[in-house]
Design a protein around this ligand. Sequence first.
Ligand SMILES: Cc1cc2nc3c(=O)[nH]c(=O)nc-3n(C[C@H](O)[C@H](O)[C@H](O)COP(=O)(O)OP(=O)(O)OC[C@H]3O[C@@H](n4cnc5c(N)ncnc54)[C@H](O)[C@@H]3O)c2cc1C
Length: 388
Amino acid sequence: MNKHFDIAIIGGGASGLALLYAMHLQGVVADYTIALIEPDSKDSNDRTWCFWSDESDPAWQMFSPCVSHKWDQVDSAYPSRQQMFPYHYAQIRSSDFYQFVNDALDSYPKIESYKARVKSLETGESHILSLDDERQLSADLVFDSRPPQLNDPELIWQSFVGYRIKTKELKFEADVCRLMDFDVPQEDKSLQFMYLLPTSRTEALIEFTRFGKAILKEEESKPIIMEYLKAMDIHDYEIEEKEVNKIPMSLSLNSSEKRHPEYCNYVPIGVRAGVVKASTGFAFKKIAQHSWDLAIALKNQDTFPNPGHSRQHWIYDELLLNIFNKKNSPIVKLFIRLFKVHPIDRILRFIDEKSSFKEDFIIMYKMPWSPFFWSIAKSIQKRLSAKN
Ligand SMILES: Cc1cc2nc3c(=O)[nH]c(=O)nc-3n(C[C@H](O)[C@H](O)[C@H](O)COP(=O)(O)OP(=O)(O)OC[C@H]3O[C@@H](n4cnc5c(N)ncnc54)[C@H](O)[C@@H]3O)c2cc1C
């Protein structure tokens, strides 16, 4: 017979565990029987999350004990080094996050973990989950973080190849990060840049990143990373960890129609719920915010909220994505200009969808207008042809 649970959480990655941790902080975990279904053991560092914070957001408030490093200054691609105040850029290693949340959840006997994959899900008043080890479960409420199906013809990817390196000599400044250094080879219809995130005088994560349709391969990225290090007079180093992966960047992921049309007791979370900002690939802060809001809704027996994107910033994302996909795209020049003419805290507020109309106007006013006029025309054209 099926084992029945009040709640099933599909996926014990960022959003599944953040939700459980938020429920723990809201004091509601013990009220429910919970099945957590995750095929991986989650005992290694399978990714590193970075986000900026002024410490007022749920990402910082819930997970600051897992922050392994933070930077107060940012370098390169900007006219000069800048203090990030009131923000800092924080890094969480996923292995620390998994450990931290699992430690907090250890004391709840009503959480049952299944090391399995959900093969199929039958939604209904009570949901039926079939696992790949042939077990079946049912649950009144499902939070689902399985990766979404993507069928956006305009989909682009943030793909990256990163190395955590250790040098023999003292080469880095541990409180200064480089966020988007565009001084790397560029290709049409894509934007490429380097992140350099030092965690000590001799250790750093260096990550070559591309926004574009073509996904970066390690063979093409490694020589570019090596050249970059050589230019910094870094020749003698060991690679301690690799991070090769990709994140979808698509407005179709940001729409709230992902909700089941009939059942409010089926709730997508994480990337599946549209937390990834379409023009940047950042998602961690939204995951924490959404988890926090869901936990409050559970506590108050309220309607479950969507992650939510501000309408005005959704439109900016659309305009930028059009420009990414343009032949001979001016996107590199636009980004360089953005970072040159605006202070970093304004840009971070803008990317965070926290900027005011006035601030957005200042940002737009100082950018070249013609690519945006072209992009507006493109969006109108797309809408008209979708209607016909
Ligand atoms: C390498 C990498 C680095 C990133 N870095 C950043 C960053 O620095 N900052 C930022 O803001 N965002 C970052 N992101 C984007 C985003 O924050 C992450 O992708 C985040 O992990 C998304 O959370 P999630 O819960 O949706 O997915 P995941 O964390 O991937 O969790 C989904 C879980 O579901 C499990 N699963 C899959 N299929 C099934 C199934 N059928 N049944 C049961 N379980 C299943 C998977 O094993 C996985 O553990 C990064 C993404 C990647 C891939």
